[in-house]
Design a protein around this ligand. Sequence first.
Ligand code: 5MM
Length: 351
Amino acid sequence: MKPGHELGTSLQATVSALLAPAKGILAADESFSTLGKRFAALGIPSTEDNRRAYRELLFGTPGLEEFISGAILSDETFRQDTASGTPMPEVLTGRSMVPGIKVDAGLAAFPGFEKEMFTQGLDGLRQRLAEYRESGARFTKWRAVTSIGRGRPTRTCIRSNADALALFASLSQEAGLVPIVEPEVLMDGTHTIAVCEEVTRAVLQAVFDALFGHGVRLEALLLKTGMVLSGTDCAEQADDAQVAEATLRCFRRSVPAAVPGIVFLSGGQSDVAATRRLDAICRTGGAPWTLGFSFGRGLQNEALKTWNGSPANVAAAQAALLHRARCDSLALLGKYSAEAERFEPGQKASA
Ligand code: 5MM
């Protein structure tokens, strides 16, 4: 933080709203290609109308605001209106949820570094941020990806992605937008949980070094990252207690206490596993940051399957989303159990 640089009131208000107790952030910012793949897996054509209808379904879920504080939109959704003509960001603000925008332009191969990726989107970013702020966005998100494998990650790739995240964060705060800084360590691989912890620590330390170097106000950002997990193909899978212990130890060693909140991505875990592990982490307690979730697949999987592109399934899909959000909310309170999976719509997370 630059000496004497006070935290702007509006940034602070956005941080507080996003970190409201027992609420998480809905990540609905899939790019055309990602959403296209998820639709294709179910045979849903990825037309502009279908994408709009799906996002309208998500944001229009009755009662969602009880468990969800904000949503991350893609550029297309941010500029879309609902079928009845309401701009999508207004659907959210009208229901006390904060609209945010994914501002990175996706991943590209890192030249000279096999299987490593860098995140595009810095060109023209200052102007885009001003436009998004003017149109109602209150926070932004930028995702960088680190993969684990033979010789990976390299220090060069970690450093380069950290610098881009810091520049994005700095530009966002300049525009009056709270940055969600998302360095994701992918689950894919045969690595152990110990390797994931070591890589996550190295990535987070590089990110905070870069944020500090760029004068980014730590009090006015959120960190979005994964849990510390065994690689998907690792023969020995850590249990929930080990995940909670490794995740919190890793964060304590690398995330400054000045950061107000850490929100988890689900990263390809099953919906229930993500909820269960979130619960284990939150039950452990003692974290200096507020913990939250910003799941994409972890919140949407069941809703998307249930909808399946049919208007007749909208209410059932919304019930599926609400159920998952309620379970994740309970996890933030450390009150999730298998019993919660049987909750009827309408019950409160605090019940
Ligand atoms: C890691 O992906 C983010 C969290 O989603 P999961 O909980 O499913 O892991 C997510 O916000 C992601 O950044 C967006 O879906 C955008 O990704 P693309 O690749 O479509 O830009």
